[in-house]
Write a protein that binds this ligand. Structure first.
Ligand code: C2E
Ligand code: MG
Ligand code: MG
Ligand code: MG
Length: 278
């Protein structure tokens, strides 16, 4: 679907567009307006250390509060933002806002939590992505080790080497790199080995099957063991039940993220939440 042209930007085949052109043009206009008028907001979903029950960090998740369209979840606009490249300024806003948020958490005396930010392939392949991240860290005064960037397998497959190189540079600066949605669709252990990742996030579609599908139980446990054997931290996503929690404890999964502990919260509530756990 994504085709790179000579200038290292993207061209998209028209027949691969996710929405009809007219709707897309209108969405592009609304997204641009949203960007300029502060209609985006970040919610933060807590991640907890399974061993100690301490706060491990927060995943920043974007929401769009549109006066015209109402409340729009990311699944409904990220793709169009990528196709129009608006994800570049939106993504930079997300990064800066998330870094500022976690600074306020640290300043309130909770020094350990990190913030995780989802990154699109369009951002990663854009010019000077590494520099952009380092600039935002410098400007916000956040130590790189408190930032984690989340990438998904499906998006990195096409330009694996180029992306691995950029992520390696970021990792050398101290930034954490997470592979998101592992186990959704087509997962490959060779990608796990090729990418300079520090964290593996097991997808909720995998976690969901823990209580009732015995086949997936040993597999999930095996993935945890394998990742940890490579020195990679494991986060289970979409944990909703105590049965899942017990299983993940048994296999010594490092961190948990899911509705069982908390939904994604607005910044103020996220700061209140952390007072209740540490
Ligand atoms: P993701 O990165 O895999 O984020 C986890 C999603 O699972 C979030 O959905 C979260 O609200 C949801 N979730 C968390 N715990 C549970 C649970 O226990 N049960 C269930 N059913 N769901 C749970 P959300 O916020 O709607 O985000 C959807 C996707 O949109 C994200 O998936 C991510 O790929 C993308 N996204 C979100 N924010 C950004 C962003 O700032 N930039 C980019 N490029 N993508 C983003
Ligand atoms: Mg994510
Ligand atoms: Mg994701
Ligand atoms: Mg995920």
């Amino acid at each position: 679907q994504v085709k790179r042209n000579r200038k290292n930007s993207f061209a998209f085949y028209e027949d691969a567009l996710s929405v009809p052109l007219q709707h897309r043009a209108e969405m592009e206009r609304l997204l641009r307006f949203a960007m300029d008028n502060g209609e985006f907001v970040l919610h933060y979903q807590p991640q907890i250390h399974l061993g100690s029950s301490d706060a491990a960090g927060f995943e920043a998740l974007i929401r769009w509060n549109s006066p015209e369209l109402g409340f729009i979840p990311p699944d409904q606009f990220i793709k169009i933002a990528e196709e129009t490249h608006l994800i570049v300024p939106i993504g930079e806003w997300v990064l800066r806002t998330a870094c500022e948020f976690i600074k306020t958490v640290h300043e309130a005396g909770h020094l350990a939590p990190i913030v995780s930010v989802n990154v699109s392939v369009v951002q990663l392949l854009g010019h000077r992505y590494v520099e952009t991240v380092m600039n935002v860290l410098r400007e916000t005064g956040l130590d790189p080790r408190y930032l984690e960037l989340e990438v998904t397998e499906s998006m990195v497959i096409e330009s694996l080497d180029q992306i691995a190189d950029k992520l390696s540079r970021l990792k050398e600066h101290g930034v954490n790199i997470a592979l998101d949605d592992f186990g959704r669709g087509f997962s490959s252990l060779s990608h796990l080995m090729k990418l300079p990742i520090t964290t593996l996030k097991i997808d909720k579609s995998f976690i969901e099957q823990i209580p009732d599908n015995m086949d997936h139980q040993p597999l999930t446990g095996l993935v945890i063991r394998l990742a940890q054997g490579l020195g990679i931290k494991v986060v289970a996503e979409g944990v909703e039940t105590y049965a899942q929690l017990d299983y993940l404890k048994k296999y010594e999964c490092d961190c948990i993220q899911g509705y069982l502990f908390s939904k994604p919260l607005p910044a103020k509530q996220a700061r209140d939440w952390i007072k209740t756990v540490s």
